[in-house]
Ligand binder design. Structure first.
Ligand code: SF4
Length: 342
């Protein structure tokens, strides 16, 4: 499937993802497998297509269980895909050998959500940041310490020599997230998967970390795939946004366009739930009732229909396709036209 609005030259894109699927087999006992009619799968990602332009920040947003983290991990090759295609800088990642993929990883780095879990408690901060250099640039071993010190200053761990020999438990949560950012950027990647990068940070330092990520993106000419459950955070940093529901993209466009003209009932509900800094302003629309359904047996037709206040009979029978209803603005809803003028 091609995204009809994104008809630019392929060279404009750093990442092109087509019909990506990631299904996890459901673990059952041997006896259950013998009597099961067919193997069951968790359809975490079930056919998503998107592109990321060079230098762009594409947000993936949705509730927990929407598949956003899985999409990110499969896109950069941390997990194997079940089906579909990922093209990175013109190269189909499926055609690479393990060794070629390992080398390619220098260009695709990750900022994980939980810095404490992603840092080795017995490794100094300097050594943790240096690891990527040792793997990808062994020939410049003599310069690694200076490169790390420079990177630490860049992310605000200053004076760097003071932090270099410290351990993760000796610094604050915000500083640990700066270490994780430094570790991701020290190999000079092109694409950074930022997986809820400020979710574990103290509220008081979140804006500072986002400012840092924006500055580093500009300084290092980075492209971000930014995963978040929080549309307020997405508004701060993303250029475009894809709204995910149960393993599918339901809406994708420029971020300002989606905020000004949301066309999918799920996006409308998510935006209505974003807190506003005004105690006198009341929210009219609550989040849709109920939980996100079981991805092993997703609802028929439109997956959002059990929770959608606008659902009609056809919604449970026919799956809506992503359609371009405004320029570069795609939505998967049979009745999205009703929101065009609202
Ligand atoms: Fe709601 Fe139907 Fe649109 Fe799905 S297709 S979002 S159920 S109106």
């Amino acid at each position: 499937m091609t995204i009809p609005s994104e008809n630019q030259n392929n060279e404009d894109y750093l990442v092109q993802v087509t019909n990506l699927k990631k299904w996890f087999p459901v673990q059952t006992s041997f006896i259950d497998q013998l009597f099961a009619e067919e193997r069951e799968f968790v359809r975490a990602v079930d056919g998503v297509t998107f592109n990321i332009k060079r230098g762009e920040v594409l947000g993936l947003a949705g509730e927990s269980g929407s598949g956003k983290t899985t999409i990110g991990r499969v896109t950069i090759g941390l997990d194997e895909k079940t089906d579909g295609e990922v093209i990175f800088d013109g190269i189909n990642l499926s055609t690479l050998s393990q060794e070629q993929l390992r080398k390619m990883r220098r260009r695709m780095q990750v900022i994980f959500q939980d810095p404490l879990a992603s840092l080795n408690p017995r490794m100094s901060l300097g050594d943790a940041i240096k690891q990527g250099l040792e793997i990808h640039y062994p020939e410049t071993k003599d310069q690694h310490r200076d490169i790390v010190l420079e990177m630490m200053e860049e992310v605000g761990l200053s004076p760097a020599k003071f932090f270099y020999n410290k351990f993760p438990h000796q610094i604050s949560g915000g500083q640990r997230q700066r270490v994780v950012i430094a570790r991701a950027l020290v190999t000079k990647p092109d694409l950074v998967l930022a997986d809820e990068p400020i979710a574990m940070a103290d509220v008081s330092v979140r804006a500072l970390l986002l400012d840092l990520m924006v500055k580093l993106k500009n300084d290092y000419n980075l492209t971000y795939l930014f995963i978040t459950h929080d549309l307020a955070t997405a508004k701060y940093i993303c250029d475009r946004i894809a709204i995910l529901y149960l393993g599918k993209i339901v809406e994708i466009s420029d971020l300002r366009e989606v905020y000004a003209h949301p066309l999918h009932p799920y996006t409308i509900a998510l935006l209505a739930a974003v807190p506003v800094p005004n105690p006198h302003e009341r929210r009219e629309e609550p989040m849709p009732k109920g939980e996100i359904p079981n991805p092993i047996h997703p609802p028929s037709g439109c997956r959002f229909h059990p929770r959608c206040p606008y659902a009609q009979a056809v919604c449970s029978e026919k799956e809506p396709e992503l359609r371009e209803l405004r320029p570069d603005h795609l939505v998967a809803c049979h009745f999205a036209e009703q929101f065009l003028d609202s």
